[in-house]
Design a protein around this ligand. Structure first.
Ligand SMILES: Cc1cc2nc3c(=O)[nH]c(=O)nc-3n(C[C@H](O)[C@H](O)[C@H](O)COP(=O)(O)OP(=O)(O)OC[C@H]3O[C@@H](n4cnc5c(N)ncnc54)[C@H](O)[C@@H]3O)c2cc1C
Length: 400
């Protein structure tokens, strides 16, 4: 019998698998995809270039705890991400800063002057409710239209006036010349990639991994005491209150027979083309190669669930699922899909580490109940399932 069934081998599931295994628990972690690492999965393409299958993932955090925890499984390269936006035929730094304004308007302002510039353009917004309010209230309508309106429309298929303030509030405006996209204390990339880091995390004799396996296929076939679910919370409850809406993306990859393609890691195209941005992986990974690979991101309504759509009606729908989830014993919902919130990787790691502490406290209070005592599996129902062995995996399902 497994102590824990963990659904999803992304950051949420893998951090919890690792912590629980270290605490002597027997863990089965499954994923419906054919790989571990969730959306952070990276691999070498046929030209031998390390690429991110689900779009560019840049690690940044202010949390020493999260950084130190992950450092047990990887070395790091320092990487400070820089983004340019293609606006009015020029490449200018994003988020908007002093350099952006000086380049765009051919000015030579200093920090104080650009502060006044923003203030003179800003519109009075009595109550900041939407993504449009945030930007026009800070920098005015012209910059809003150049940098945000088109990008947001492409990304969400909604006008910023229809979207929660949180979406554009995440992007700062600076009066200095700091061209970095993030300003977190730790800005690093795993030196051998994310997948290698996950392999190390899951390399423990107490952890069994099954890929190409959905929760629904095996839940009635496996013996386990507790479950950690990191898939979509509405799916767990059979969409009983309706489907939680997500925005998706299509990724188009290209490899070019030259060392570099563009002048920085990511270039945003707020106003032209159907894609939102192009990222060139070698900037992120520091890989040396005579060719270079890129990804174009095309936002879509259908497809894998990537971004929860931040609108009040969706928050209300999620609340109904949350209430159901809270009624379940020995069942934990962790991660971005299970809590219907866009989280960065470090936030999901922090959420998983705090869930582990909660579980430990509960166990020390001895409140454990066995919820799922189902018949032991003697042979696996579907021969085509892939059970992947990271070192230490015993290929014997009854050896629990
Ligand atoms: C395009 C894009 C770019 C991003 N860039 C960044 C970035 O630069 N920096 C950053 O910090 N964060 C970034 N993120 C966010 C990052 O991807 C998430 O924080 C992280 O992946 C969340 O981990 P998770 O474990 O919650 O979810 P996931 O990584 O999605 O893992 C969940 C796993 O559960 C599996 N699963 C779901 N349902 C089932 C089921 N029924 N049965 C079995 N398995 C199931 C899925 O296959 C998946 O592998 C980005 C996200 C996107 C979409």
């Amino acid at each position: 019998m497994f102590d824990y069934l963990i659904v999803g081998a992304g950051f949420a599931g893998s951090v919890l698998a690792e912590r629980l295994a270290q605490a002597d628990k027997k863990v089965l972690i499954i994923d419906k995809r054919n790989h571990i690492a969730g959306n952070a999965y990276d691999y070498y393409n046929k030209d031998g270039i390390l690429i991110h299958k689900y779009g560019p993932h840049i690690f940044h955090t202010n949390s020493k705890d999260v950084f130190e925890y992950l450092s047990k499984f990887t070395d790091w390269n320092h990487y400070q991400h820089k983004v340019l936006a293609s606006v009015d035929g020029q490449m200018v730094p994003m988020p908007i800063n002093l350099n952006t304004i000086n380049t765009l308007y051919g000015l030579n302002l200093n920090s104080d002057e650009v502060d006044h510039f923003f203030a003179s353009k800003a519109e009075k917004v009595s109550q900041v409710k939407t993504s449009e309010d945030v930007v026009v209230g800070k920098v005015g309508r012209e910059l809003y239209e150049k940098f945000f309106k088109g990008y947001t429309k492409k990304q969400w298929d909604l006008d910023p006036s229809e979207l929660d303030a949180s979406v554009t509030a995440r992007v700062p405006t600076r009066t200095n010349k700091d061209n970095r996209y993030f300003t977190d204390t730790y800005q690093v990339m795993p030196s051998e990639g994310y997948t290698k880091m996950f392999e190390k995390m899951l390399d423990h004799p107490n952890i069994k991994i099954m890929l190409n396996t959905s929760y629904q296929e095996i839940v009635d076939e496996i013996n386990f005491k507790k479950i950690i679910f990191t898939g979509p919370v509405d799916e767990y409850f059979n969409y009983c209150h309706g489907k939680l809406p997500y925005r998706s993306l299509e990724f188009k990859f290209e490899t070019h027979d030259k060392e570099t393609f563009q002048e920085t890691g990511t270039i945003n195209y707020p106003n032209d083309y159907a894609f939102t941005r192009i990222t060139e992986f070698k900037y992120l990974t520091h890989q040396k190669h005579h060719k270079t690979s890129l990804v174009y991101e095309y936002p879509k309504a259908e497809g894998d669930p990537y971004y929860p759509i931040p609108q009040p009606e969706n928050a209300a729908l999620y609340k109904k699922y949350k209430a159901k989830a809270e009624q379940l014993k020995n069942t934990y919902f962790v991660g971005r899909l299970a809590t219907y919130k866009y989280y960065n990787m470090d936030q999901v790691v922090a959420q998983a580490l705090s869930t582990f502490k909660k579980i430990q406290n509960e166990e020390s209070e001895n409140t454990t109940e066995v919820i799922a005592l189902k018949p032991a599996v003697t042979s696996f129902p579907n021969e085509e399932k892939v059970m992947v062995g990271i070192k230490g995996f015993a290929n014997n399902f009854n050896n629990k």
